[in-house]
Ligand binder design. Structure first.
Ligand SMILES: Nc1ncnc2c1ncn2[C@@H]1O[C@H](COP(=O)(O)OP(=O)(O)OP(=O)(O)O)[C@@H](O)[C@H]1O
Ligand SMILES: [Mg+2]
Length: 304
């Protein structure tokens, strides 16, 4: 209790993320999965900008690209180097914009080669990989998961105390149908849903007219189904893709733009959700704050 922030209510002792003896990342306070049952909805964009927004907000943050089928985070972060090992045992994460980063794609000799690892091989490799990376002490480790039904999340959750999942969807039913399956799977394995991100919610044209290209209401519908909050609605904005391709995520390139602000707000909401889960006696990990010193076992001053 000694390192609680002064504003932490004395009645709520900080919960610890369940760290089993073989937990691969014992120095990490919160593990947040960014996932969706659906491909191409913006998981990697969300994971990258969320991680960077957390880092810009003062949290020690790492980002793991766990998508061996299509690792995209090195491109989105403009990382060209390969990780190195200084002691022959652990791999040093790469760093960009103050964010620690690692991609399972670095394991591939040829990133353009087809990968035929099947589920169990992938999750085995992922767990080993998580363990081998010298993440050090982090407040947040954000995992960008591959698309699919969630077998990766499922087996990860058996070894790794996961704080919760951020579910990404787009507004239209053809996307939300798949996301419901991912939510149900998380329920089965007790991964809390921290909340929903609705991406590509609308597009504002040069005349300032808002177009809901993919319809509306999908994010809220998934939130209702999940009994979790709709954390953010991210508009379609050409700059998101352009900055992603250039290797400077939009939250870094234009933090004060509409999308940049939306991702900064998302980070705030994720911290609030993690604190709420901890308050509710869940497994979401310790409550934390960013006031410096003492690591990640304190409470964030949550803005109301
Ligand atoms: N809000 C947005 N506005 C404009 N472009 C976007 C937005 N969100 C994502 N994109 C673009 O859409 C494409 C797909 O996004 P992303 O790679 O993040 O999706 P994904 O869910 O990770 O895909 P996959 O299932 O293949 O892993 C990327 O080119 C990205 O830059
Ligand atoms: Mg992706």
């Amino acid at each position: 209790m000694s390192d609680h922030a002064a504003n932490a209510p004395s009645s709520s002792a900080p919960k610890s993320r369940t760290v089993s003896p073989d937990d691969p990342v014992p120095g990490v306070a919160h593990v947040v999965l960014v996932m969706s049952g659906k491909g191409g909805v913006g998981k990697s964009t969300t994971a990258t900008n969320l991680a960077l927004a957390l880092s810009r907000s003062g949290y020690r943050t790492g980002l793991l690209d766990a998508d061996i089928y299509g690792p995209s985070i090195p491109t989105m972060l403009g990382v060209t180097g390969r990780p190195v090992s200084t002691d022959g045992k652990t791999i040093e994460p790469l760093e960009r914009f103050g964010l620690k980063m690692m991609s399972i794609g670095f394991l591939l000799e040829d990133p353009k080669a087809a990968v035929i690892w099947r589920g169990p091989m992938l999750t085995g490799a992922l767990q080993q990989f998580l363990k081998d990376v010298a993440w050090g002490e982090l407040d947040f480790l954000v995992l960008d998961l591959p698309p699919g039904t969630g077998d990766v999340a499922l087996s990860l959750s058996q070894r790794l105390g996961v704080s919760g999942a951020v579910m990404v969807t787009t507004p239209q039913p053809v996307a939300t149908d798949d996301v419901y399956k991912a939510v149900s799977m998380c329920r089965k394995v007790n991964i809390p849903i921290l909340g929903i991100v609705e991406n590509m919610s609308w597009f504002v044209d040069s005349a300032g007219v808002k177009h809901e290209l993919f319809g509306k209401g999908g994010g809220q519908a998934v939130a209702d189904f999940s009994e979790a909050p709709l954390l953010a609605q991210i508009p379609i904005d050409q700059s998101v893709r352009e900055w992603g391709d250039k290797g400077t995520p939009v939250v870094q390139a234009a933090p004060d733009g509409e999308v940049g602000k939306a991702f900064m707000k998302l980070a705030e909401e994720v911290v609030t959700a993690v604190n709420a889960k901890a308050d509710a006696g869940g497994d979401a990990g310790p409550v934390i704050d960013r006031s410096g010193g003492g690591g990640g076992r304190r409470r964030l001053p949550v803005s109301k």
